[in-house]
Design a binder for this molecule. Structure first.
Ligand SMILES: Nc1ncnc2c1ncn2[C@@H]1O[C@H](COP(=O)(O)OP(=O)(O)O)[C@@H](O)[C@H]1O
Ligand SMILES: O=C(O)[C@@H](O)C(=O)COP(=O)(O)O
Length: 420
């Protein structure tokens, strides 16, 4: 890494690539490291301006989330990162146990920061915070589809209240009027909160320019926390964005995401590409034979049309989740494992370009493929980019790791056109 170094710890893989894409759009050469890095060789050439360490800690036990985040944060600080960015979901996906609070507490301790802002807002993707209440496309979080998320159902919209249940520290709030006063006014408001004993301070932001103000006010902070939106507030640098080349081979979409935007993307793509629904009943009954059958179906389709994308999805409508609800989180893990095993088998069968939908799903897939580092390429939508990486088997692949609610309705059909 050279110049002004930025480092982030992200709680899931799509979230990491979301932030990395936003930094890339500000002219920073950015990489994503998957899992806690072991040593500097994990940085590749080491000439990046910004590095995001992608963890899979959103739904992990809090102690594990804390430990991994501290190890990742320490790695970045030891390599000269001037500011640590604690990236969580713009819809504040968490439970009363965490992990946003426990991880923020641990990173406050690690960095020695006297306070850190809490900024889930990402207006380009419809996430705004006003008077501490988080809105998704104009709807309060607890009334949005996030109320039914299979792992982290969000039943409250008030960010200070959500966070207070998870952290050891007092949580403050700085409202929009202070943000609109500009960076100096905001910095004083943040310092006042710290003096009043609040080490985590939620900050309202409803427009992109509010994020610019927050980024300017926190430029010298050791730690910031938020969704990826805050990264868009930083000044643009001169660097050029990488353009990834298409990799000859087959194209596959693995969609384990239950989010509303993904369900529409699945619906649009289903009739237009080769598509199969992952049937949880069959998966339970005869896992190996069933997955082999899916790989055969996709391979047959590629023999006829090698570059036609093939889609495997596990949620087309909320009925699919209702059907498996009696299995609890076991169903989620089972489906994640299935997507992961499919990814490996399909890579063996000649797939080279993967679009994976859903954070947990992406984490499972990338771990199974054994990819350690991703270079950020061209942007597809706010928070969604092409990425290039090499699998444990030494194959170079292109990936999109799509956050559940991001991307246009036709993303599964159009993403491929962006590769040069
Ligand atoms: N049919 C299904 N039944 C139960 N769980 C499912 C089903 N399909 C997907 N899942 C699980 O739901 C979770 C979705 O989370 P994620 O991949 O982060 O995407 P998103 O947050 O966009 O919904 C994953 O753990 C996935 O395995
Ligand atoms: O901040 C966001 O909204 C995303 O980067 C994100 O983390 C979404 O998570 P998934 O919906 O689980 O992909």
């Amino acid at each position: 890494m050279t110049g002004q170094r930025l480092g982030a710890v992200a709680d899931d893989f799509t979230g990491a690539t979301d932030l990395a894409g936003n930094w890339a759009s500000r002219g920073l050469r950015t990489s994503v490291l998957l899992g806690v890095p072991e040593d500097s060789s994990d940085l590749g050439g080491g000439d990046d301006d910004a590095v995001v360490v992608a963890l899979k800690t959103r739904s992990a036990p809090p102690q594990e989330a804390r430990d991994l985040s501290v190890r990742a944060g320490r790695f970045l600080l030891e390599r000269g990162c001037v500011q640590l960015y604690d990236k969580y979901c713009s819809t504040f996906d968490s439970t009363p146990r965490g992990n946003i609070g426990p991880v923020a507490d641990a990173l406050l301790e690690l960095t020695g920061a006297d306070r850190a802002v809490v900024v889930p807002s990402f207006p380009d993707n419809g996430r705004t915070v006003y008077q501490g209440h988080l809105f998704v496309g104009g709807t309060l979080l607890h009334e949005s589809p996030m109320k039914d998320h299979p792992l982290t159902p969000m039943r409250d919209s008030h960010v200070p209240r959500l966070l207070a249940a998870q952290t050891r520290h007092h949580v403050g709030l700085v409202t929009l009027d202070r943000v609109e006063g500009g960076p100096d006014v905001l910095r004083r408001a943040l310092d006042d909160q710290a003096r009043a004993g609040c080490r985590l301070v939620v900050v309202d932001a409803v427009r992109p320019r509010d994020l610019t103000t927050i980024a300017e006010a926190t430029r010298s902070d050791r730690l910031v926390t938020g969704g990826s939106g805050l990264a868009l507030g930083m000044p643009r640098r001169a660097g050029e964005r990488r353009a990834l080349r298409s990799v000859p081979g087959h194209r596959v979409i693995l969609s384990g995401s239950a989010s509303t935007a993904t369900r529409e993307q699945v619906r649009r793509a289903a009739g237009r590409v080769t598509s199969v629904r992952l049937d949880v009943e069959q998966l339970l009954a005869r896992p190996s034979a069933y997955l082999a059958q899916l790989v055969d179906a996709l391979s047959a389709s590629w023999r006829a049309e090698p570059r036609r994308p093939a889609l495997v999805y596990s949620v087309a409508s909320t009925d699919d989740l209702r059907r498996t609800r009696h299995l609890g989180t076991d169903a989620s893990r089972l489906v994640e494992d299935a997507h992961a095993q499919l990814a490996v088998a399909l890579s063996d069968a000649g797939a080279t370009e993967f679009l994976v939908a859903g954070g947990e799903t992406s984490g499972a897939v990338m771990r199974a493929l054994g990819v350690r580092r991703l270079a950020v390429g061209q942007a597809l939508a706010p928070g969604v980019s092409w990425l290039g990486g090499t699998t444990a088997a030494g194959r170079h692949h292109n990936f999109v790791l799509k956050s559940g609610n991001f991307g246009s309705p036709d993303l599964f059909l159009t993403a491929w056109e962006a590769l040069v």
